[in-house]
Design a protein. Structure first.
Lengths: 139, 687
């Protein structure tokens, strides 16, 4: 069964970069542009991993994470934070919410891909395969 | 004493003495007639001798300051009873005795003897001559016409000769006209002599009618003596009291003045307003027609004019001399001074004012002292040599102390306001840098991400790969700038904190060198571990940042390639790590500023090499924060060697295992780490 990943980011370019990167693998990626949509998705179908941007309008990443942790269905879902910030406060809040990894922007898409494989406990395909998929357009 | 007198006075004294000696010889040869019976002579001589001595010893100071005795009354009584000749022993006993007891100068005693002999001899002679001429005989009765006239002649002549002889010696020794000196004492002396004659007559009459009543005279004399003493001590006490009252009044006035000054100074919030207050207050006490307040700029030696008044109009600083040129005399003033004459002029000439007052004869200069530093000076000057007193100096000293306190207060207030403003500005700056760097990071994410993916895609078009590579490089450069700016911003705000744990530097060094070796084909980067490296307490991410910076610089500043040696060794207390290149090196005069923020060596290559100029400042800060040191040895054209140290953990602090630390360093900076914001520079720079 294909692993289900929820990407939450309001920046279209970042959305495209991540979907393209994750598209090289056999993942089912769902994109949400804001916190409310993300929570609606997550509660209707529990994802295997959530990539969550911190700085978003209306509802920031921490608020989304807090909401996710409040439901039994999503309390254990691993979260990777994508953020341009990295202050001690943020990191402390992340720790309290049980967030696995922090990717501080700008990050390497390949490194993100490796981390995603690691968290989902999947075997990373050889680089040549990834490159081939990438050249084909990520799908 | 004799030889200090002017020559004329000396001649006069000698002449008086010789004349007195000659007159004595004459008197002894032709003794004057004696009024009393022969058996009364000895007791009378004894009584008059003792009375003369007692009255001569009892000196009275008149309100005018002259010294007087009533010895003349004794001599007149003696002339009337015993004649001029037998008065001589009384004269000698009184003058020589008082000379010995009161230790008067001998010349004064000799002169006094001589002038009393002359006075007594001449006045006595005139008395007898008058009495005989009027038919009263040589010793007429006091109640006869001849006796009365003779007495008047005696009194007048005694007065004229006695006071004349004394006035002459004073006039000659002081070089003043005789009449002037004589006039000064005339009226008072006249009254005195009239009284003396009366006393003399009373004594003589008493002796003639009832000799026993002289005992009464003795009692009266004692009474006079005692009352004089009492009067004098009362006078002294009164004078003392008056002086003290004066002093008290002056002090009270001074205190109230100082109180006003202190209040006015405390109310003067603005230092420039303060000067006017000081000027006004000082003007109430002494001459402030020439008044200057000079101030020293912080750290400077020269004084500049802060406030100046010359006869009420403002004094200005000279336009052509921005710095006061010579203030040697002023600079030496450490304590309040009152100076006159040439020294006062020397101080006034040094005033940094466009117009200096003329004909200065006196000046007060009081330093304004804050802590142990002279921050300024108050100078007042006047044309009269006696314009200022020690009291004025003291008051100005107190004013200056108050002013210095006010100046210091104003300075601290200003400093506090500046510090607050600066602090606020720093916070704003840190916030700004933080915002800008976040804003820059967001667009960098897709730029760098897509470029990375592009470089990986196996297309046949070399140009595309090249273009993607360039985008990536430029973006990486931008990212480093953003990181550096953020680090410096945190450094300045004191928010750059280290996550100190026990780490092993050897694998960190090995890995870093390996990664940098892959970056440049033209450079041969070699790691030398010169001795075993014990564990240190440090922040692995930050130490890696230090190494990255030093290696990046070594590569940048050796554009022709060559060897880069990374050496690590252990000394007693620290591990030293050096990065040595064979590049362009540094001129010696630039080394000192190398670790300053935004500083870049100014030469042709440095202009081609890009950089924010923040790297080494950050490096130094990080090394300092680890308790280490950093220094550089360099020679133009021969390369540079940067060496930094990290203190070794004391053996008792070492712990057996700390997985996370080395782990984190091994993984580079991509790991999540609490405390600081870092980007994934590793992922890009390694490739």
């Amino acid at each position: 069964m294909r692993k289900h990943i929820l990407l939450v980011d309001d920046d279209l370019s970042v959305q495209r970069l991540v979907t393209l990167t994750l598209g090289t693998a056999d993942f089912d990626v769902v994109v949400a542009g804001d916190g409310a949509t993300a929570l609606a998705h997550a509660f209707s179908r529990t994802p295997d991993l959530i990539l969550l941007d911190v700085m978003m309008p209306d509802m920031d990443g921490f608020a989304v994470a807090t909401a996710l942790r409040s439901r039994p269905a999503t309390v254990g879902v691993p979260i990777i934070m994508l953020t341009a910030r990295g202050s001690s406060d943020d990191l402390a809040r992340s720790q309290a919410l049980g967030i696995r990894e922090h990717f501080i922007k700008p990050f390497s898409p390949l490194h993100l891909l490796r981390t995603v494989y690691e968290i989902l406990d999947e075997t990373l395909p050889p680089t040549s395969a990834i490159i081939r998929r990438l050249a084909e357009g990520g799908d | 004493m004799f030889w200090t007198l002017p020559r004329k006075a000396r001649v006069y004294v000698v002449a008086v003495v010789i004349a007195a000696a000659l007159l004595s010889l004459y008197l002894l040869r032709f003794p004057s007639p004696i009024r009393v019976p022969t058996h009364e002579i000895v007791p009378l001589l004894l009584i008059l001798g003792i009375a003369s001595l007692v009255t001569e010893l009892r000196v009275i100071t008149t309100p005018a300051g002259d010294q007087r005795t009533i010895v003349s009354a004794m001599f007149i009584a003696s002339i009337l009873l015993l004649g001029a000749t037998l008065t001589l022993p009384a004269i000698v006993v009184a003058t020589v005795g008082s000379h010995l007891i009161l230790r008067r100068p001998w010349v004064k005693a000799v002169f006094n003897v001589a002038q009393y002999i002359l006075t007594t001899g001449v006045a006595g002679g005139l008395y007898e001559a008058t009495a005989i001429a009027l038919g009263g005989g040589p010793a007429p009765g006091f109640n006869t016409f001849a006796g009365g006239c003779a007495l008047a002649v005696l009194a007048l002549s005694y007065f004229v000769i006695n006071s004349g002889l004394v006035a002459a010696v004073i006039a000659l020794s002081q070089g003043r006209p005789l009449l002037y000196v004589w006039n000064l004492a005339n009226l008072e002396m006249l009254a005195q002599y009239a009284a003396m004659v009366v006393v003399g007559i009373i004594i003589a009459m008493l002796w003639e009618t009832a000799p026993w009543s002289l005992a009464l005279v003795a009692v009266i004399l004692v009474g006079v003596y005692v009352s004089f003493s009492l009067a004098e001590s009362l006078q002294t006490t009164q004078r003392d009291l008056l002086r003290r009252m004066d002093e008290l009044q002056r002090r009270t006035a001074e205190l109230s003045l100082l109180n006003e000054i202190t209040g006015a100074l405390a109310r003067a919030a603005d230092p420039s307003h303060l000067w006017g207050v000081i000027y006004e207050q000082a003007g109430r006490v002494f001459d402030t027609r020439c008044f200057c307040i000079l101030l020293r700029d912080e750290g400077g030696e020269a004084f500049r004019l802060a406030f100046g008044r010359l006869s009420g109009s403002p004094l200005t600083a000279p336009a052509d001399e921005p710095e006061a040129p010579k203030t040697t005399r002023l600079a030496r003033v450490r304590e309040p001074v009152l100076v006159t004459g040439a020294e006062a002029r020397a101080i006034v000439e040094e005033l940094p004012a466009a117009a200096a007052p003329e004909h200065i004869e006196a000046a007060l200069a009081v330093p304004l002292t804050a802590g142990d530093r002279t921050v300024g000076m108050i100078v007042v000057a006047a044309e009269q040599p006696e314009a200022y007193t020690a009291d004025d100096l003291r008051i100005l000293g107190v004013i200056a102390d108050q002013a210095a306190v006010a100046i210091e207060k104003a300075r601290l207030q200003k400093e506090a306001a500046e510090t607050r403003a600066l602090h606020h500005l720093n916070i704003l700056k840190a916030e700004f840098v933080s915002t800008v760097s976040h804003e820059l990071r967001s667009p960098l994410t897709p730029i760098m991400g897509f470029a990375e993916l592009l470089t990986m895609i196996d297309t046949n078009t070399e140009t595309v790969r090249e273009m993607a590579g360039e985008i990536l490089r430029q973006a990486q450069h931008m990212q480093r700038l953003v990181d550096d700016l953020l680090d410096v911003s945190h450094m300045e705000a004191g928010r750059l904190r280290l996550e100190l744990i026990e780490i092993d530097l050897d694998p960190l060094l090995r890995r870093t060198v390996r990664e940098f070796s892959r970056q440049s084909d033209r450079h041969q980067i070699i790691y030398h571990r010169l001795s075993p490296l014990p564990r240190v307490r440090g922040d692995a991410v930050r130490l890696r940042q230090v190494l990255d910076n030093l290696l990046t610089n070594a590569i940048k500043y050796s554009p022709d390639g060559g060897r880069i040696d990374v050496r690590a060794w252990c000394t007693e207390q620290e591990i030293a790590i050096s990065v040595a290149d064979q590049g362009i090196g540094l001129p010696p005069d630039k080394i000192g500023r190398l670790f300053e923020k935004f500083y870049r060596v100014d030469n042709a290559l440095a202009h081609r090499v890009r950089g924010s100029g923040l790297g080494l400042a950050i490096v130094k800060h990080l090394v300092d924060a680890h308790g280490g040191r950093i220094w550089v040895e360099s020679e133009p054209g021969r390369g540079s060697t940067f060496t930094f140290t990290v203190p070794i953990l004391p053996p008792d602090e070492r712990q057996p295992s700390l997985r996370t630390s080395t782990d984190r360093a091994e993984r580079g900076m991509d790991a999540t780490h609490p405390g600081e914001e870092r980007s994934h520079a590793e992922a890009y720079s390694a490739g």
